[in-house]
Design a protein around this ligand. Structure first.
Ligand code: G4P
Length: 522
């Protein structure tokens, strides 16, 4: 029987894993892919990272500093559902990339190190998810090591994140004696994840008997308390972003991962509705719509192509179809859309709402672009953050100024840096959210364009997008402040200030001008 569009869409689960570096995101991703049969051996995700790093020079930065710079997507199937994991860089200097990726997911898995609890990056990423009402499943990892008391961790989540917790499983044993999880609602026990079916058990005592004698009584008491004191899982509250189901496990030792993947299938929402400028688009609509949330160059160093990662918002994308690019109103052929698996990519003949496909192109697509089957609509909400660091690029060989301009334009289209062209015609200014992005820019200009550059301080340190209800007010402001005004990649005006004090001062003197730190692509 052929599947209807609505059926195909309803089995999609598109999510990201959010975590503080070292909590176990890579290990967990690997194990999830393993369940989906997407990889043969655990360790391949890391091994693949290493391979790419040696192939592509600019990624040296990532290797040297042991951080993940790029985001990518991995697709796999498990028990009837299609899962798309959107990976995000762990380092906060690439936060803007991560935030954009979070606009393309329907749910998130929050990984917490059981010994450390909520760490700063976890908190920040959580806040972004909350802004977008993204439902969150919590995985308390590393239960095989010394860890905090489970109640204490749950309290911390409730207090620091103002999020109700509902433990679905409870850990059996701690560190060396950790041997699995007990399902509080169904009274079943699952040991190692290689065990397909969980054991039905005759009450907590049977589970306690798996523990050393001196831990048994405490376990029984704890379980009773967990059942009495903790909230039961409420899916509606979870979908609204008020409650998180909590799982305990060890990604490294294969505990709790199967419960997590089952929960993603059962609780996580299918593709959500997406807000466009003219209307709300529903995932199961017939016509294809999509938006680009990331551009990545150098996926294949032999081809100077760029891959635009597009989240399909509605309908079905078929290879060879024509799509309308909202920014230009022009048609483009989707001749080679691709799916990504752990170790390979494959042409996508058909992809549905919720899926993420890579679209190879030579600069046609930009971050924030909307693709449709003809309808003139633009998806809202892919953010552009005002940079924290502004620099002028100094070229060692002045003859190559034109080449530099082109290269910077391309880097800006990819979202590596933001590019600001001063109204007074002085050399362009680049802006980044974190200093490591400058290192990436320098390395790539050198490797890919043969342009050795250095960076000079600029007299500005703060930047705001400006607008006004009355265009005359805006024109007047731009004329009087010409030396402090730049245009971004889209030609939108930006006001640069020396510091936040002078920004406040200017903002007070020009009340008709709206100054914003986050611009949504349009
Ligand atoms: P990240 O992507 O969130 O940064 O974390 P990653 O998975 O790389 O894990 C960070 C470290 O924690 C790794 O050790 C990993 O093996 C370990 N780890 C992950 N999950 C668990 C777990 O459930 N239990 C225990 N005991 N350790 C876990 P590493 O020594 O830094 O790296 P590696 O040499 O093992 O690759």
């Amino acid at each position: 029987m052929t599947e209807t569009l609505a059926e195909a869409v309803s089995r999609r689960r598109t999510f990201a894993i959010i975590a503080h570096p070292d909590a176990g995101k890579t290990t967990l991703t690997e194990k999830l892919l393993l369940f989906g049969g997407a990889i043969q051996l655990a360790g391949e995700v890391k091994a693949k990272k290493d391979r790419i790093q040696t192939r592509s020079d600019w990624m040296k930065i990532e290797r040297e500093r042991g951080i993940s710079v790029v985001t990518s997507v991995m697709t796999f199937e498990y028990e009837g559902n299609v899962f798309n994991i959107l990976d995000t860089p762990g380092h906060e200097d690439f936060a803007d990339d991560t935030y954009r990726t979070l606009t393309a997911v329907d749910a998130a898995v929050m990984v917490i190190d059981a010994a450390k609890g909520i760490e700063p990056r976890t908190l920040k990423l959580f806040e972004v998810c909350r802004m977008r009402d993204i439902p969150i499943i919590t995985f308390i990892n590393k239960m095989d090591r010394e860890s905090r008391d489970p109640f204490e961790i749950l309290d911390e989540v409730e207090e620091k994140l103002a999020l109700d917790t509902a433990p679905v499983t409870w850990p059996v044993g701690r560190s060396k004696t950790f041997c699995g999880s007990f399902d509080l609602a169904n009274s079943t026990f699952r040991g190692n994840d290689t065990q397909i079916e969980p054991l039905s058990v005759n009450g907590p005592q049977a589970i306690a008997d798996r523990l050393p004698e001196n831990e048994r009584a405490a376990f029984i008491d704890e379980l009773e308390l967990a059942r009495e004191a903790c909230r039961p899982f409420d899916r509606a509250s979870f979908l609204e972003g008020h409650m998180t189901p909590v799982f305990f496990g060890s990604a490294l030792r294969n505990y709790g991962v199967r419960d997590l993947i089952n929960a993603l299938g059962a609780y996580a929402p299918p593709p959500r509705d997406q807000v466009a400028d003219t209307r709300t688009v529903h995932a199961a609509e017939d016509k294809m719509t999509a938006f680009v949330f990331k551009i990545q160059a150098n996926m294949d160093p032999n081809h100077r192509d760029r891959i635009a990662f597009a989240r399909i918002c509605s309908g079905k994308l078929e290879r060879g179809m024509k799509a309308r690019l909202a920014r230009t109103g022009k048609q483009m052929g989707l001749t080679a859309p691709q799916f990504f698996f752990a170790s390979q990519r494959q042409l996508a003949d058909t992809a549905y709402a919720g899926d993420v496909v890579g679209i190879p192109n030579h600069g046609t697509l930009r971050i924030g672009d909307t693709l449709t089957e003809g309808e003139a609509l633009v998806f809202q909400g892919v953010p552009n953050f005002s940079p924290e660091i502004l620099r002028r690029v100094r070229l060692e060989d002045a003859m190559k100024a034109k080449k530099l301009k082109e290269a910077l334009q391309q880097m800006a289209e990819e979202g590596v840096v933001q590019l600001f062209s001063p109204e007074d015609g002085s050399p362009a200014i680049v802006g980044v959210v974190g200093a490591l992005q400058l290192d990436v820019l320098k390395e790539r200009l050198q490797q890919e364009y043969g342009l050795p550059v250095s960076f000079e301080m600029s007299r500005f340190s703060v930047c705001r997008w400006i607008s006004a209800d009355n265009p005359l007010d805006l024109d007047k402001f731009i004329t009087t402040k010409r030396g402090d005004i730049c245009r971004d990649l889209d030609g939108d005006p930006v006001f640069l200030a020396q510091d936040s004090f002078s920004l406040r001062y200017e903002a007070e003197r020009a009340p008709a001008i709206k100054m914003v730190a986050i611009k949504e692509y349009h």
